[in-house]
Design a protein around this ligand. Structure first.
Ligand SMILES: Nc1nc2c(c(=O)[nH]1)N[C@H]1C(S)=C(S)[C@@H](COP(=O)(O)OP(=O)(O)OC[C@H]3O[C@@H](n4cnc5c(=O)[nH]c(N)nc54)[C@H](O)[C@@H]3O)O[C@H]1N2
Ligand SMILES: Nc1nc2c(c(=O)[nH]1)N[C@H]1C(S)=C(S)[C@@H](COP(=O)(O)OP(=O)(O)OC[C@H]3O[C@@H](n4cnc5c(=O)[nH]c(N)nc54)[C@H](O)[C@@H]3O)O[C@H]1N2
Ligand code: SF4
Ligand SMILES: [Mo]
Length: 724
């Protein structure tokens, strides 16, 4: 880390970010006024306040311990179905996001060239006026479609979208096509549902995890359920080219060849159908297209799959038999980030169908439904203007089965670069770091170059803000209200644990201010954050003050749906999908061979680690302290053959970029793969803890898009590794 320190010292000297606090300058305590009034804090600022974590999108319930007006500890709220009394390491470290000396605490306006990182502090009025004026100018000159909006899932997103729809642009980039499009579109096509509920109930006996690294890519409740299941002796089969923490906990680790999970699952279908191991009455009652499927999977024998996946045929056959025998107490897990290859959509279809054939759906169905915001109120607003312009992300003309809501963000970025079918001129970004999270970072920077105006709402000078013209600082999740979040049979509240530091404001406030300045005030009919929440709570007949100390309110029991039907066009589980067939995609899953690296090159694998969230948490001083600097995993035998040693510096090169990084030589990865932790190698020098640590895999990723689901394909990037 000595290199990092040198760079940090340099940063202090060059003082690039006006107004940012330097290390050691402590912020004064700011006592949450509403919490004192509710009796949760003493006048001197001591007490416990329930709220919600925002260190990742899982949003566990937390209880903050406050001493002398400062948050000193965060614990899980036992009443929250996600956290159940536990926060993961990132959640527990969340207070350092709030107290990070690198927080942006006043609006910033760029003064130097883009990417130089020179900003001046500005008042909210000046920064909001400039943002609204620039957005209005773009609308007047080129039409509303020339403004791109992008944001990743967060609680105030509903008001971000309100601003977008009221403004009238069709161009909206979310994380979905970078993350789970393949899984969601496959489930939609099969079941007519976005994400069927999965259950780890007491009777579960068998789980197949296809690259779902639950022990590191954490969803607290699901990770906990898997741990409990493993303790009970549930059999877990884990497919990953890499020996992850989940591989260590699984009964069986199968280091499958990247991109061949489809062949593995097709062979499971072959055995289950061929040996009549499926649930005949379930298939007959609920599914459509069994005969087409049976015919298609006939050639996909375990022997066929063995030569492709490098998993022995006997193993595949045995797993098919064990899985079917355990059904309906079995689960073929869909995964979450399923953006690996352009055939991942077919893999997801095969997994969805596998669960249907053995009737697992009976096990999972009883928990579906439930989470609905339908019971909550919303502020009144006029209808949105009609949007006639084509979307830059190619939905639906190029991607006919991708839902509008999911979109294809990487294609949107590429259309900005090409200027086709028209040129976008402005980009409004909130709670997202597309400079790092989209594949091919240089291309994203080219897209930024095309922009007349970029504004970013963040709590830090993240890499995207670093290239922006205006930075609007949001209050951190411990300092603000957000819209309520329904989870299961409860509705949870995010409330300030301390008052916002500096000039930081909630996103609810920021969007309303912008809306008003854009002449769209009628769409933002709430006086402030508390009024917004009161309007949400009104139909439930409870007040904000009544729910503060518990942090949630129970929802009235949902009415039982009489007679469940699948929401597909046929009303059945579609093993054969007419919708896919009609637009030229295979109606049943078929083998699509993935590309393979040329001789001497490697598949570049990505995947989460427990102590970091995406492209967001690397600057957290607590998390930073306990994490090793990321290195490139390389198989030990390959290293020996090539004369590489652990710790050697190497150059990693793909078609679109190159990085320098140290090697982690390990037997825990296939010889044809290398792996790099995502989220490091930041460009922004405003992240003084994270800057200079590790390297970015996004620099290397080539942009590939699955034509059916619009999902990016991250493991399809091939790299060379050379000693430097
Ligand atoms: N700690 C932590 N937890 C998180 C997050 C985080 O950032 N940090 N992010 C959350 C989010 S948004 C998501 S989407 C989920 C993602 O959680 P997961 O769905 O588990 O996805 P990843 O961790 O991105 O990648 C999982 C594994 O896929 C493997 N892999 C790559 N290519 C292939 C292949 O072709 N076949 C197979 N079988 N495996 C392959 C990689 O080696 C990696 O170990 O995690 C969530 N939880
Ligand atoms: N190479 C590679 N690329 C990937 C992935 C991968 O594994 N490897 N994973 C993909 C996946 S699964 C996903 S979901 C995406 C995620 O990538 P993104 O959608 O870009 O999301 P995050 O990285 O979480 O970035 C969130 C931003 O929010 C900011 N932030 C944090 N808290 C707050 C807050 O309270 N308010 C505001 N306004 N901002 C806040 C952070 O500072 C950060 O800049 O990346 C995808 N891209
Ligand atoms: S999983 Fe961890 S980071 Fe995510 S919300 Fe829960 S405690 Fe926070
Ligand atoms: Mo994700």
């Amino acid at each position: 880390m000595s290199q990092t320190l040198t760079r940090r010292n340099f940063l202090k000297l060059s003082a690039i970010t006006a107004g940012a606090l330097t290390l050691g300058e402590m912020l004064p305590p700011v006592v949450a006024q509403a919490a004192i009034e509710a009796g949760m804090l003493t006048a001197s600022g001591n007490g416990y306040i329930p709220s919600m974590c925002e260190m990742c999108v899982w949003r566990c319930g937390l209880i903050a311990k406050v001493r002398d007006g400062r948050v000193v500890k965060l614990d899980g709220n036992p009443d929250h179905p996600h956290s159940r009394g536990h926060l993961c390491v990132r959640g527990q470290s969340g207070l350092m996001n709030t107290y990070d000396p690198d927080r942006v605490l006043t609006p910033l306006i760029r003064v130097g060239k883009r990417g130089e990182g020179r900003f001046r502090q500005a008042s909210w009025d000046e920064a909001l006026d400039l943002t609204a004026r620039s957005m209005q100018q773009i609308k007047d000159t080129y039409g509303p479609e020339a403004m791109v909006f992008s944001s990743t899932h967060n609680l105030s997103q509903v008001q971000f979208e309100n601003l977008l729809y009221a403004y009238g642009s069709p161009n909206y980039g979310t994380q979905r096509s970078l993350c789970f499009n393949a899984m969601i579109v496959a489930n939609q096509m099969t079941y007519g549902m976005e994400e069927p509920e999965r259950i780890y109930d007491d009777q579960l006996q068998y789980v197949i995890l296809t690259g779902r690294n639950l022990m590191e890519a954490i969803s607290t409740s699901e990770t906990g359920e898997l741990s409990d299941a493993i303790a009970r002796g549930v059999k877990v089969v884990y497919l990953d080219p890499r020996f992850t923490k989940t591989a260590a906990k699984a009964t069986e680790w199968l280091p499958i060849k990247p991109g061949t999970d489809l062949a593995f699952h097709l062979a499971l279908l072959n055995v289950i159908i061929g040996d009549r191991l499926y649930n005949q009455s379930f298939v007959q009652s609920y599914t459509l297209g069994f005969d087409q499927l049976a015919q298609e999977v006939q050639p996909y024998t375990p022997e066929w799959a063995a030569s492709i996946t490098e998993i022995p045929a006997d193993t595949i056959r045995r797993i098919a038999q064990e899985f079917a025998a355990a059904a309906p107490h079995a689960l073929a897990h869909n995964g979450w980030r399923t953006s690996n290859f352009i055939n991942s959509f077919q893999t997801q279809r095969a997994i969805a169908i596998l669960n249907a054939l053995v009737g697992n759906w009976n096990v999972t169905m009883k928990a579906s439904g439930g989470e609905s915001s339908g019971a909550l109120g919303t502020p009144p607003q006029p209808p949105y203007p009609r949007v006639s312009a084509q979307r830059l992300d190619g939905v639906p003309h190029k991607y006919p089965v991708v839902p509008f809501k999911l979109g294809v963000f990487q294609e949107l970025r590429d259309s900005v670069v090409s200027g086709q079918p028209y040129q976008a001129h402005g980009w409004f970004i909130a709670r997202q770091n597309p400079v790092m999270s989209l594949p091919d970072r240089n291309r994203t920077l080219q897209a930024f170059d095309k922009m007349d105006f970029i504004a970013t709402v963040d709590i830090f000078l993240n890499d995207t803000a670093w290239f922006s013209d205006v930075v609007l600082p949001e209050a951190s999740y411990l300092e603000r209200y957000d819209p309520l979040l329904p989870v299961g049979d409860k509705v949870f509240l995010r409330q300030p644990v301390i008052e916002p530091q500096g000039e930081a404001k909630s996103a609810l406030w920021i969007y309303k201010q912008l809306g008003e300045r854009l002449g769209l005030g009628d769409y933002f009919q709430y006086t402030d954050e508390e009024d917004y929440i009161r309007q949400q709570l009104a139909p439930l007949g409870v007040t904000l003050d009544e729910i503060r100390s518990k942090g949630y309110v129970e929802l009235p029991a949902a009415e039982e749906e009489p007679g469940f039907t699948w929401n597909t066009p046929s009303g059945k589980i579609e093993l054969f999908s007419d919708t896919l067939d009609r637009v030229g995609f295979p109606g049943v899953p078929v083998w699509q061979a993935p590309p393979q690296p040329p001789q001497g090159q490697f598949y570049l694998l990505t995947g989460k680690v427990a102590q970091a969230t995406q492209f967001a948490s690397q600057n957290n001083q607590l998390l930073h302290k306990y994490a090793d600097e990321p290195r490139l995993w390389l198989n030990d035998k390959v290293a020996e053959d090539r004369g590489f040693a652990d710790g050697d510096w190497v150059e990693v090169t793909s078609e679109v970029g190159a990085i320098h990084i140290q090697l982690n030589v390990t037997p825990g990865i296939r010889p044809d793969c290398v792996y790099l932790t995502p989220g490091f190698g930041h460009l922004s020098k405003g992240l003084t803890t994270a800057y200079g640590v590790g390297a970015s895999d996004s620099v290397l990723h080539v942009t590939y898009t699955d034509p059916a689901s619009g999902s990016q394909a991250l493991s399809q990037t091939f790299v060379t590794v050379r000693k430097v």
